[in-house]
Design a binder for this molecule. Sequence first.
Ligand code: AMP
Length: 579
Amino acid sequence: MAVIGIDLGTTNSLAALWQDNKVTLIPNALGDYLTPSVVGLDDDGALLVGKVAQERLISHPHLTASCFKRRMGTTGKIALGEQQFSPEELSSMVLRKIREDAEQYLQQPITEAIISVPAYFNDNQRSATKAAAQLAGLYIERLVNEPSAAALAARMSNTGEDQTFLVFDLGGGTLDVSVVDCFDNVIEIIAVAGDNHLGGEDFDNLLVDYFCRQNQLVYSTLSPATKAILQSNAELCKQQLSEQQQVHMFLRLEDQTYSILLTQELLAEIFMPLLKRTEKVIQRALADSNFSSIDDVLMVGGSSKMPIVRGYVNRLFSKAPTLTRSPDVIIAEGAGIYAGIKSRNGEIRDIMMTDVCPFSLGIGAKNDRSDLRAHVAMMIERNSLLPSSISKYFTTLHDGQTSLNISIYQGEEFYADENICLGELNMPLPSAPAGVEGVEVRFSYDINGILQVEVSHEKTQVRKQVVIIGEYNTLTEEDIQQKLAELEKIKLHPAQDEQNRLLSAWGERLYTESLGEVRENIVRCLGYFNQALNSQRPHRIRQARKKVTDYFEQLTQQHFIGNRQPSDFMPDTDQGDEE
Ligand code: AMP
């Protein structure tokens, strides 16, 4: 049975698999490779996932959710209308759609996947991702770090020479930088560094701020719909500027039009604070790796398409960064190749991938009775090669102390309580003077991200063990059944409706974003399309869909980006009845 690789992105998700000795991207039901990681409810309560939901972000913000990957691993709930969902439930809906579309395309059931996550994801975020997969009916043996997946894909497509890569992955919500060494058939992740809150959306926010400042608009006083329009215009202009030298950004509000002219130079100025933040992450990864030279820089993630970002990273290295031919898809390709390795498929079976622990792990300890707060006694340092197993001896601090409490922490802060506490173990001890009795603590962190902590006392032969990462927080069978029953109450539309729903959602968004004559044209357009749908004649529906799509494309180009008035929509007089 096929195992697929899935890049579950903040903005888009996509799937790939290893087939006929190469990696192949799997198109969704609309024929696209990218499925927007957006989930929504229709006006009649049915579930919408992907592009259709994305189109409704502006016209139906209260019924639509996006960017929930940023909230994975938290207990926060996200509202869709009257209903509340956890970030992993929303992610499971995206995964389920990817799985169902892949099943349709491959004509076979899919029950297992490799999912990529940012290298900097902590334990809670990883567990939430596994829970989302479980809810989507996917068995996940392991998660793969996104930069590791990218390096694997690059490695498979280059000449196979020994090389050290710096993988710079700037997506919609996160930045991951990794130093990856490739030699013989080994791909070794040497160091990872990242920022969980630096991505394309932050660039959009800066652009929105700048736009408001220049036009004397106060962002906080704008309506939710206007905010969403501004956000989407900012993103569109940012993307246009990856292709062209300058672009106008507009906002039409009541009877006024606000605008600014954006050039590459201006954009570089506006984005400078974020560019500087990317440099810090690069420096940390390089310093941790102890590598003085890098052979190649791999630019990955949608935001790496920005010339300003490429130029900035370029100046930091003597060599021009490689914009891989597909910064959007390289992680999914890597996950697909990894899925192939996992199923011991064909010629790729002998590639070995090593990984590193993305965060430091230790226990809370005091050196001295006068210490008021416990610090972290390091067990496994950030960027240690996996698997890793380390043991240390800890003794009592007080005379007559009859137990030792071992608290396990993850993070980089000095004081224990400023890190994430993963669990605790308590070991009873015979009473003795301070420093006489003690325990052996062993941390074993395996390649699947499962941390085992074992505490043993030699004299009494008492041994206690806790398994933390990987199984902690994942759902029990009972939880899954209960949550699945709840999720099943939400109807799914049949796949064949998706294209039509997409077009209606697109029209509604354009309507929300426009005024006057343009609106009237959109109303005419949607009326014409609904008539075609009501006719239930496939040929007529196809014809209307094409005509309306062309018109909406023209509208987007001329009305929202350029400053020209689009032509009127002319419905066909011939309604094309015959099939
Ligand atoms: P990812 O999570 O890798 O899919 O990246 C999504 C982010 O990349 C979003 O913030 C997009 O706005 C941004 N993005 C996609 N294409 C482009 C482009 N051509 N130029 C600039 N940013 C882009």
